[in-house]
Design a protein around this ligand. Structure first.
Ligand SMILES: NC(=O)c1ccc[n+]([C@@H]2O[C@H](COP(=O)([O-])OP(=O)(O)OC[C@H]3O[C@@H](n4cnc5c(N)ncnc54)[C@H](OP(=O)(O)O)[C@@H]3O)[C@@H](O)[C@H]2O)c1
Length: 258
């Protein structure tokens, strides 16, 4: 299906009004990242401080109770905790023409379909906090064109076909926190040794992000493998202390927990 076709089919070519149920951490990041590209966004009045801040920042963002969010919107983004969602959503009236995108980890598209009937559970979207600034990857299952439209061309959609594939992505993306820990620990080690600790932390973040952005990870490891060089030495010391085995064990445990 060509990009945009599914959106037009379901909206008869009309502009899509977006409603967000649950204005927590990730919903706030999403709205901040996409508000400039969409005309009408309504967010629910829970996490009132987040909702108020978004409405103050963006003239096209308004705040309403959950049912009014649904009534004023064509496309609904669900950003609740998955365990709480069935009870919260069962008290709301969805329309058959609503298209729903769920951001909830732990709820499959089939689960979401039951929670939002008679609306169309169109897609799962897994965003990351960096979406607030654009240039972020997102994972999508279902109507990928619709997700791309919502997150805009400023962000990159990585489509998955099945629930198992989505679960595997969710496990592997958790490498982000350990990587951030490595960067934080290296910056803390560096701080008392340099004149500008803040600049030094920024240097490490830019080094990591630009290097990985511009190269496959395996090619980067090979390029950093100068015999006896700093990078090779540190990697081998950390491999000897079990770093890579710990990652594999951790990912396997996450997968078994799913
Ligand atoms: N954080 C991430 O990086 C991330 C990334 C991808 C996906 N997700 C998924 O996104 C969902 C939200 O995560 P989060 O980190 O943003 O959590 P969060 O900050 O705790 O957000 C949950 C939101 O649900 C709201 N809520 C609770 N009861 C409600 C009700 N009856 N009506 C309307 N809203 C209600 C909460 O409002 P109150 O504060 O007023 O209770 C809060 O704003 C989760 O399912 C998570 O798996 C998160």
């Amino acid at each position: 299906m060509a990009a945009g076709v599914s959106i037009v089919r379901h909206l008869g070519g009309k502009m899509m009004r977006i409603g967000v149920i649950g204005t927590g951490t990730i919903a706030t990041a999403l709205v901040r990242g996409i508000a400039a590209a969409h005309q009408h966004i309504t967010v629910s009045n829970r996490s009132a401080e987040n909702a108020r801040a978004l409405a103050q920042e963006f003239p096209n963002v308004t705040v309403a109770d959950n049912q009014s969010v649904l009534d004023q919107s064509d496309l609904i983004v669900i950003a609740l905790m998955a365990l709480a969602a069935p009870q919260i959503l069962s008290g709301l009236q969805f329309r058959p023409d609503h298209r729903v995108i769920s951001m909830m980890a732990g709820a499959t598209l089939d689960d979401v379909a039951q929670m939002v009937a008679p609306a169309d559970a169109a897609a799962i979207l897994v965003p990351f906090p960096g979406i607030a600034n654009g240039g972020s990857p997102v994972i999508a299952q279902g109507d990928v064109d619709l997700v791309q439209h919502v997150v805009t061309a400023a962000n990159t959609v990585y489509p998955v076909q099945t629930d198992d594939e989505l679960s595997a992505y969710l496990c592997a993306q958790a490498v982000l926190s350990p990587v951030a820990c490595l960067a934080a620990d290296a910056a803390a080690w560096l701080a008392p040794r340099v004149a500008d600790p803040t600049g030094a932390e920024g240097f490490l973040r830019q080094l990591l992000s630009s290097s990985l952005m511009n190269s496959r990870a395996d090619a980067l490891i090979a390029a950093l493998n100068t015999p006896g060089g700093y990078n090779q030495q540190l990697r081998i010391m950390m491999e000897d202390s079990g770093m890579r085995g710990a990652l594999q064990d951790g990912l396997t445990k996450l997968e078994m927990r799913e």
